[in-house]
Design a protein around this ligand. Structure first.
Ligand SMILES: [Fe+2]
Length: 290
């Protein structure tokens, strides 16, 4: 049996979310759900996640897992909202502990943020297997973009997070705290070692050249045509290209709100005495080597 995959595109952040259903049992996993955030007003909204929830209900799907490929820096996670609607356990790679520690320091968070992963229901190790009806979700650690990055292999489909994108878009940046271009190269080789016809679902697509957003490719196509990492590109060549390119990139628009929320598994910081939840902005810290 192969999973039934439905993709949802979040236009303003170029993110892809997925609902993955085991047709035999209707058990389902949601991968990387997005919470809307308007940086002008500081308002969140659940419309994108509600579309996923409606799809799950219409399909009669029982959500067992809400899986994050990593602590995203470009959008906020809607995992807790979906969990309140549909149930399921929120899981992320165990590397989130390092990400939490790093950003606890950067954002000057206090003792109420323990940085021990407690916000998540499950921390995942490389090669761990999660049940999904008649299928299995196999965790593949793919650090490089972030230290907590994991891919999820379900049947003939692999959800690669921020590793490689569609062939014409290359690979994810590696300049966030904990990022490492050489590690990303090696992680991508692990994905390329999967069977050539493995379906590969990306985490982002920014419609280069104005084409339609795309989410699905294969290992064979990526190995042959990815503009950053394809057969014949060596690790040193890739690291040189990636490092040079990263030096030209601005911080993502939602870096500051997204990281503070996503290291809490998508929950807003605890409300203060006035009942309002606040984010912090560390001045003159981010955007330079840490
Ligand atoms: Fe990312």
């Amino acid at each position: 049996m192969q999973p039934v995959v439905t993709a949802f595109h979040h236009k303003s952040t170029g993110s892809w979310s997925y609902v993955v259903v085991d047709a035999a049992t209707r058990e389902a996993a949601v991968i990387d759900p997005v919470l809307d955030y308007d940086w002008r007003s500081g308002r969140t909204a659940t419309a994108p996640a509600d579309r996923l929830a409606a799809h799950c209900r219409a399909a009669g799907a029982h959500v067992r897992w809400i899986l994050e490929t990593h602590a995203h820096a470009d959008h906020l996670s809607a995992a807790p909202h979906l969990q309140s609607q549909l149930g399921g356990s929120i899981a992320i790679g165990r590397g989130i502990l390092e990400v939490q520690r790093t950003f606890k320091r950067i954002f000057g968070l206090g003792a109420d943020f323990a940085a021990d992963g407690r916000e998540f229901d499950r921390l995942l190790d490389d090669s761990e297997e999660l049940p999904l009806g008649s299928l299995v979700v196999r965790v593949i650690a793919v650090p490089g973009h972030t230290s907590d990055s994991v891919a999820y292999l379900i049947g003939d489909a692999v959800f690669v997070g921020d590793t490689i994108f569609m062939p014409d878009s290359g690979s994810a940046r590696c300049d966030f705290p904990g990022g490492d271009a050489a590690l990303l190269y090696r992680s991508v080789q692990r994905l390329y070692a999967l069977p050539s016809q493995t379906r590969l679902f990306v985490c982002h697509d920014y419609s280069p050249g104005g084409r339609e957003p795309l989410c699905e490719t294969t290992v064979a196509v990526e190995r042959a045509a990815n503009i950053h990492i394809r057969e014949g590109v060596s690790e040193p060549e890739y690291v040189q290209m990636r490092t040079g390119r990263d030096a030209t990139l601005e911080a993502p628009n939602l870096l500051i709100p997204a990281v503070q929320v996503n290291i809490r598994a998508g929950r807003l910081p605890p409300a203060e005495a006035d009942g309002v939840s606040y984010l912090r902005v560390p001045l003159n810290i981010l955007g330079r080597p840490l």
